[in-house]
Design a protein around this ligand. Structure first.
Ligand SMILES: *Cc1c(COP(=O)(O)O)cnc(C)c1O
Length: 428
């Protein structure tokens, strides 16, 4: 879809352009395989000489249409869907890292991604240096090593809600000849397009706002097409040297800056790891994307109203929401998220774990769930759920007070959500 269209038009109509008499809605191509008249025709696909479909583990037309929409929304040139956000972040990193590589990552990231990088990828021989998302330029530059191959951060971190200075991180990455990968799950491209600020690769857990209805787990990777792999070919042998598993293809030569990253991730990583999104889930994801621009505005409106209410409440110790002037990330958010960030608000209830438990028990609209970014409001107290193995002292050291509640404001009426929270706070 032409770049001059707005984000709303792209949400509704991007990615799929039916011809005369073709289905108006993206068809679900519920087929694992595709038919060919000659082995020669199929052989050309295997050799990456022609583009086309042969097996859904690699590519499927439904997924490609939805990925194309996400690429248009992010201002990228190519994209792929994955079975989960975890798979998206793993593929994005592993596409350019191998045993002996090093990653610079923001320390304020999703717990699953933290484990992936700090524990699982470490077992593969890939090291990491974590830096604070609000570190100085000097500290950031000091984290790079000879073998650094990527920089990673989240636009708005889950659950800490810190905001990444994308331009600063991109500048440092590029000064060291490596790309910046940004997980843009929380703001979505409706509220921030990291590529405009210098990010090279953007990832998503589409499970969150993009799907928006808690219906399907999924992920996406978008390539800006801006990073010049060949200019740093010693750092990226996987893209710039012959791939033995593909008759010696050199991805960066054959597919150029715009095609190399996603082609390699599809034809090599998806082939070998097989984390494809099901076409049925891609269809559901597309239904979510069609209203993303309308929903994000409401999530932000509800999040902002809730944050302002909580900030004034005497039983609340502290509120984290980058739309509040009192938030340490307010200034950065004004720059990168001028229309607001998302509907997730974190707050600390006075009285710790017990108070948080008593509060959550009384909620009538907000449900206790290990989920965020849903049409229905949900909340979580890390101390009694995801982090329940930790003592109060350990929690405090990790920056997660025992009384912390992460509230994901849904699409209900703000007045009802606030009344629900106000009433539940009476039990504290
Ligand atoms: C949820 C989440 C992930 C992981 O995504 P899944 O779809 O659950 O695998 C990654 N990054 C962020 C920011 C998330 O919120």
């Amino acid at each position: 879809m032409a770049v001059e269209f707005g984000q709303g038009t792209k949400c509704v109509q991007g990615g799929y352009r039916p011809g005369n008499g073709e289905p108006r809605q993206v068809p679900i191509v519920q087929s694992t395989t595709f038919k060919y008249e000659s082995s020669e025709a199929m052989g050309r696909l295997f050799d990456l000489e022609d583009s086309g479909y042969f097996y859904t583990r690699l590519q499927n037309p439904t997924n490609d249409a939805v990925a194309a929409k996400i690429a248009e929304l992010e201002g990228g040139c190519a994209a792929m869907l994955t079975s989960s956000g975890q798979a998206a972040n793993f593929f994005a990193l592993f596409n350019i890292c191998e045993c002996g590589s090093h990653i610079v990552a923001s320390s304020s990231i999703y717990g699953g991604t933290f484990n992936l990088i700090a524990v699982t990828m470490a077992k593969m021989g890939i090291e990491v240096t974590f830096v604070s998302p609000d570190c100085s330029e000097e500290e950031l530059n000091g984290a790079f090593k000879e073998n650094t191959r990527a920089v990673f951060g989240e636009t708005i971190a889950n659950p800490a809600l810190t905001v990444l200075d994308i331009e600063l991180f991109a500048k440092a990455a590029h000064a060291h000849g490596v790309p910046l990968i940004v997980d843009n799950t929380f703001p979505t491209p409706v509220n921030c397009q990291p590529i405009k600020w210098g990010a090279d690769i953007v990832t998503h857990s589409t499970t969150k706002y993009m799907d928006g209805h808690g219906a399907g787990v999924g992920g996406a990777i978008v390539d800006s097409g801006h990073f010049d792999w060949m200019a740093h070919k010693d750092k990226f042998p996987g893209l710039c040297q012959p791939d033995d598993s593909y008759h010696g293809i050199v991805y960066a030569e054959k597919f150029g800056k715009e095609g190399a990253f996603i082609t390699k991730a599809t034809s090599q990583l998806m082939r070998d790891f097989g984390s494809i999104q099901s076409p049925q889930n891609a269809f559901l994801l597309n239904m979510g994307l069609e209203s993303l621009h309308v929903r994000m505005a409401r999530h932000v409106e509800n999040g902002q109203a809730m944050a302002e209410f909580l900030e004034k409440h005497p039983k609340i110790e502290k509120v984290s929401y980058s739309g509040l002037k009192s938030d340490p990330f307010y200034e950065v958010a004004q720059k990168y998220l001028p229309q607001g960030g998302c509907g997730v608000v974190s707050f600390e209830i006075k009285g710790g774990r017990k108070a948080a438990e008593a509060f959550m028990k009384e909620l009538k609209i907000a449900a206790i769930e290990t989920h965020v970014a849903d049409a229905r409001t949900c909340c979580l107290n890390p101390a009694t759920s995801t982090h329940r193995q930790m003592t109060d002292e350990q929690l405090a050291a990790a920056g997660i007070p025992a009384g912390l509640v992460r509230l994901s404001c849904g699409l209900e009426d703000a007045a009802d959500l606030i009344a629900d929270v106000e009433n539940a706070l009476k039990a504290v």
